[in-house]
Design a protein around this ligand. Sequence first.
Ligand code: 5GP
Length: 193
Amino acid sequence: MLQTNEKLIIITAPSGAGKTSITRYLLHKYPELSFSVSACTRQPRKDEEDGVDYYFISLDDFTEKIQHNDFLEWEMVYEGKYYGTLKSELDRIWNNKQIPVLDIDVKGAIHVQQQFTDNCLSIFIEPPSIEVLKKRLESRGTEGLESLQNRVNKASYEISFKHHFNKIIVNDDLTKACDEAEKIILAFIGKAD
Ligand code: 5GP
């Protein structure tokens, strides 16, 4: 059961904008924050662990969870690849007296925001340009050519939604972007000095 008076943080961005690095930095530093592990149907990458990075599940399991209304939101983020935030994951984190941090795509972020208005902080991480984003994705080396092109194509569309979010951080320098995100989050969780 969702407890809607609880706080929630959403970090959203096009793939490759740096949101995962920023999210990791914050989670490492603040134990009151906890990563909301999404369910997804893509294959794990080499360094990824089930239950830590994602709950890697089959399409059948994912469909069953949709039918059971287990998701707060879900999206086909890339062709044939489904990702979703489980209500049970947020409850698990709130029950631990922590604040969930959701690293989710732009559409999913908008859906979550619509359900949590007062107690939700949403941060959009913007890449300095599409060219920089493409270079970052290429150097990350996790995507094949087609997946990379899909992600770049989707990025411009996603950037057009940036004003739907509470705060926008342009990530042209990761350290500065982390500092900025940290200040915003400390104010939200009531730890700012
Ligand atoms: P990746 O395949 O690179 O791990 O993630 C692809 C995209 O899916 C990222 O933008 C990530 O933020 C997003 N994503 C991860 N989990 C969820 C989720 O639960 N819901 C939605 N809507 N997007 C998600």
